[in-house]
Write a protein that binds this ligand. Structure first.
Ligand code: ZN
Length: 152
């Protein structure tokens, strides 16, 4: 295994064990539940969105290390970004997770690119994308539970 891959794995394990932004936010103006039935990952995203900016995003839930690490890294990265930027990052991330190979896109993701190694394990892709789909649901102020099985 390359040193880079090892670093990526360590980061995922670290965030999986000690997720950042893992709390219920009382200030949230959008709360969205997400569920990945394939693995049993469940999480709730607490989003505070003001004037087109993600002021705060936190989460709670339980699931495998990949789902928790993805939510942890994502919430860290999205705080302070505009809704437009968040949507753009989601599109880039989603395409890579669906198998697109694009070095420029990887660079755009910055630290989040550690998650894209999961794309090589199709059975775990939905663990990594769950938090992201759930955040998108929160931005749309959807009320139904986001399920990774509803993806088209
Ligand atoms: Zn999982």
């Amino acid at each position: 295994m390359s040193a880079l891959n090892e670093l990526y794995q360590e980061m995922i394990i670290d965030h999986g064990r000690r997720p950042r932004n893992f709390y219920i936010s009382e200030q949230a103006n959008a709360i969205q539940e997400g569920f990945n039935p394939l693995c049993g990952d469940k999480l709730t995203i607490y989003l505070t969105e003001k004037n087109g900016v993600v002021e705060n995003v936190s989460f709670q839930g339980s699931g495998c290390a990949i789902s928790m690490a993805s939510a942890s890294l994502m919430t860290e990265a999205m705080k302070g970004k505009s809704v437009e930027e968040v949507k753009k990052l989601f599109d880039i991330f989603h395409k890579i997770m669906m198998g697109e190979k694009n070095p420029d896109a990887l660079e755009a993701l910055g630290k989040l690119s550690v998650l894209t190694g999961v794309a090589e394990f199709p059975s775990r892709v939905k663990c990594a994308t769950l938090a992201w789909h759930t955040l998108m649901g929160a931005l749309k102020h959807q009320t139904k539970i986001i399920s990774t099985e509803d993806e088209k």
